[in-house]
Write a protein that binds this ligand. Structure first.
Ligand SMILES: [Fe+2]
Length: 312
């Protein structure tokens, strides 16, 4: 079988994948599913539940403000052109559910990876496509699942930090698990001395250790990237542990100490977080999605019209 996704795998990548920050070569940027025509078509078919269109406006003294908007029938080619001109980004989420060809490609990519990396058993895979403006930035954050960032078009600078204090405090993972959101991490410019910095170009995929904080600066050109996420058994257990610890801290006034992912204490916590997830409090904590505040309108000033805030 030909390697569709990693035609130039080298032995050292096996040791690097998921264990240290590294940039590996991939071939997704040459795959027809990521041609401009295919992406334009996909945008046109993407239901609202599968995308986030975000405008970052230079607002008041508080700095930039994020607003979510609707594509509102604007053609995919126009949407990409508007992102190229403005302060917008479009995140197409879980595209494997929108079009099965992306799911097949995602499965192929991870099958190749698992073939190259003994012991790496990933499941619950998801693929997203991020189209972002020249100069756009992604603030300092970390993710709970394993992640990889595959560059399709344009260039960006990616800073990857150690997944340990002071760059990442254990309670930050609890907050993310509890809120269901990427939680803003505390960032200090002096952290940069410990960062690995990558100039990510089409044909490069970044991998890093689980939960490693990262931030991104697009260069002055339109960027198209693919994000993939995966879970392993150890990741899932860690996520349950973080959520149980958050519930203990917020609802039971307890300060958890053990980080064990096995044994009676772990299983008790696993049951606790499962019970909490089914409770109305969990729904209330995790429900606060941003409302839709604008819709694209190519003839309007800056291509956007404000709408009355409505929830999804
Ligand atoms: Fe991320």
């Amino acid at each position: 079988m030909t390697a569709a996704v990693f035609p130039a795998w080298r032995p050292e990548f096996t040791e690097q994948w998921g264990r240290r920050p590294a940039c590996l070569p991939h071939a997704l940027h040459e795959n027809p599913l990521f041609s401009r025509e295919a992406l334009i078509d996909l945008i046109g078919r993407c239901p609202p539940a599968h995308y986030a269109l975000v405008n970052t406006t230079r607002g008041s003294a508080q700095g930039r403000r994020w607003r979510e908007g609707a594509i509102a029938g604007v053609a995919g080619a126009r949407v990409i052109a508007m992102i190229g001109d403005g302060s917008l980004w479009l995140n197409l989420r879980d595209v494997g559910r929108v079009d099965g060809r992306y799911e097949t490609l995602l499965q192929t990519a991870y099958r190749e990876l698992m073939g190259h990396v003994p012991g790496f058993e990933a499941r619950d895979l998801k693929m997203g496509i991020l189209i972002s403006s020249p100069g756009a930035r992604v603030h300092y954050h970390c993710d709970l699942p394993g992640q990889a960032l595959w560059q399709i078009a344009g260039r960006k600078r990616v800073f990857v930090y150690p997944a340990e204090p002071p760059y990442l405090r254990p309670q930050a993972l609890e907050n993310i698990a509890y809120s269901g959101f990427e939680f803003k991490l505390e960032y200090r410019p002096e952290f940069d001395a410990a960062a690995r910095v990558f100039e990510l170009e089409p044909g490069g995929v970044l991998t890093w250790p689980l939960n490693a904080p990262h931030r991104i600066e697009n260069h002055d050109e339109l960027n198209i990237s693919v994000t993939t996420e995966h879970w392993t058994e150890a990741n899932r257990r860690a996520q349950r542990l973080h959520m149980a610890h958050a519930v203990m801290r917020h609802h039971l006034g307890l300060a958890p100490r053990s980080q064990a992912l096995e044994g009676a204490a772990y299983w008790a916590k696993s049951l606790l977080q499962a019970a909490w997830r089914r409770s109305p409090w969990a729904e209330r904590t995790q429900k606060a999605h941003r409302p839709i505040e604008f819709r694209l309108s190519p003839d309007a000033p800056e291509g956007m019209l404000d709408t009355a805030p409505e929830s999804r």
